[in-house]
Write a protein that binds this ligand. Structure first.
Ligand code: PLZ
Length: 451
């Protein structure tokens, strides 16, 4: 049983017409057919927010099975940063797939894995000696960063923050803050995970030093510095609401970690690879993490993740203590090498900043006209608006959901986030053009005005 797809432009990549085009309502009949089959065949636990069946994507659009062309302001949750079906990624995948698809790096190693490790060691913040290990998903990278920190420090406790998101596996559910939908009913969770208060300037009004002192006091009183293996934090929180900590917060936490022999892990799964207008968001705050986790944008859409950090920490495990059948799959590594080449040589950091300037000025103009936008924040192509009731300042999740739904119905993919579900986040591919980005934001503004 398969549906034949005969839309005009089934091949993706930047050659796709860069336009918003609605030829049916969303979802159209062909998408609906796939969605009906999904409902019957796929676990109800796996949801979806954009009700279309994708058949091609590239530049700044996603094309569906009915021939609708949607403006992509989500990049599949910050993954297709270099652009969907980027030609160099496609070529690298095809070439590597024709050579060999798998040996298992733990059985017989291969050069592309080593080259990705070398690139990560070179590109991540700090000029100390670094090593890397490759995995399949962000959650798996986070799990391994914690394993590495524990064996290095011979301590067990791990500190995560309010609003954190680190994944859906058992240990990473424990690290993730939000109960619904990520944790409710799925316990018991991994032990020795403790939560500290974050710096969330829009809500707590604290400066970075005070917010850090508050967090450190909780850690010292409730856990004890000498028990802490690692502190893990997203430099800009993703799922939790695109929360940018106050200046000085992250450096103070890093300094406390150094003084107490605690491994500082920056989870850059969402913020990494040019997304925030720097290769890694840690650079924006002047911090050098001991370990850094990456995934998402690293390989142009193929599943790949990594832990990179100080060589002496990365080497703490006995040989054979880290690994996995597929970690650093050769096709994913070939894709990563092509994507990393684009990040370094195609001006993508500059592009992320230019996109950030457009996002910020457009969102601030919307905020000036509408007090329901309580806060506009983010960096580069990772920017967001937080919606509140102007009278009370309370989160307005209903408005947020209604605006996002209206944008999707008009052919613009936007994603929501936030502990309170009241943030619309913008994560366009860096391959989107200014005109398409502005058209997408026009649709957002109109949807807001209509609600
Ligand atoms: N760390 C900072 O953002 C993944 C999750 C989407 P995986 N974020 C998107 C969802 O609802 O499942 C993420 C992240 C940060 C870790 C992860 C986990 O990465 O590749 O999804 O395992």
């Amino acid at each position: 049983m398969s549906i034949d797809i005969d839309i005009a432009a089934p091949v993706g990549g930047p050659a796709l017409p860069q336009e918003r085009r609605l030829v049916t309502s969303i979802p159209g009949p062909r998408s609906q057919e796939v969605l009906d089959r999904k409902a019957a065949a796929v676990s109800a636990g796996i949801g979806h927010t954009v009700p279309v069946a994708a058949v091609a994507a590239g530049g700044g659009v996603v094309v569906d099975a009915d021939g609708n062309s949607l403006i992509d302001l989500g990049s599949g949750i910050a993954v297709t940063t270099v652009g969907n079906a980027h030609p160099a990624v496609v070529a690298a995948v095809q070439e590597q797939a024709a050579r060999f698809t798998h040996t298992c790096f733990m059985i017989s190693p291969y050069e592309p894995y080593v080259a990705v490790a070398e690139a990560l060691n070179r590109l991540t913040p700090g000029d100390h000696m670094k090593k890397s290990a490759l995995f399949n998903s962000g959650a798996e990278a986070v799990e391994n960063a914690v394993k590495i920190a524990r064996i290095h420090t011979k301590r067990q406790a791990v500190i995560a923050f309010d609003h954190a998101y680190h994944g859906r596996t058992n240990l990473t559910m424990a690290l993730t803050a939000k109960a619904m939908p990520y944790k409710s009913g799925f316990g018991p969770f991994a032990g020795e995970v403790y939560r500290a208060p974050l710096s969330y300037p829009f809500h707590d009004g604290l400066n970075g030093a005070d917010a850090a002192a508050r967090a450190i006091s909780v850690i010292e009183k409730q856990v004890g510095a000498g028990n802490v293996a690692a502190v893990i934090i997203e430099p800009i929180q993703g799922e939790g609401g695109f929360i940018v900590p106050a200046d000085g917060f992250l450096p103070a936490i890093v300094e406390w970690c150094r003084a107490n022999g605690v491994v500082f892990i920056a989870d850059e799964v969402q913020t990494g690879f040019a997304r925030t207008g720097a290769m890694f968001a840690s650079e924006l705050f002047g911090i050098v993490p001991d370990l850094i986790t990456t995934a998402k944008g690293i390989a142009g859409g193929l599943p790949l993740a990594a832990v990179t950090g100080r060589a002496e920490i990365m080497d703490a495990s006995h040989t054979g203590g880290l690994g996995g059948t597929y970690g650093g799959n050769p096709i994913a590594c070939a894709a990563a090498l092509a994507a990393i080449d684009a990040f370094e040589n195609d001006g993508l950091i500059e592009r992320a900043n230019a996109i950030g300037d457009i996002l910020r000025s457009r969102l601030e103009a919307m905020q000036a006209a509408d007090p329901r936008i309580g806060d506009v924040r983010g960096r580069g192509a990772m920017s967001a608006a937080e919606f509140v009731d102007p009278a009370t300042g309370e989160p307005d999740a209903a408005l947020t959901a209604a605006v996002a739904k209206a944008c999707i119905a008009e052919g613009v993919i936007v994603l929501t986030c936030g502990t309170y579900g009241n943030v619309i986040r913008f994560l366009p591919p860096l391959s989107i053009g200014d005109d398409l980005l502005n058209e997408g934001l026009d649709v957002v503004a109109a949807a807001l005005a209509a609600h």
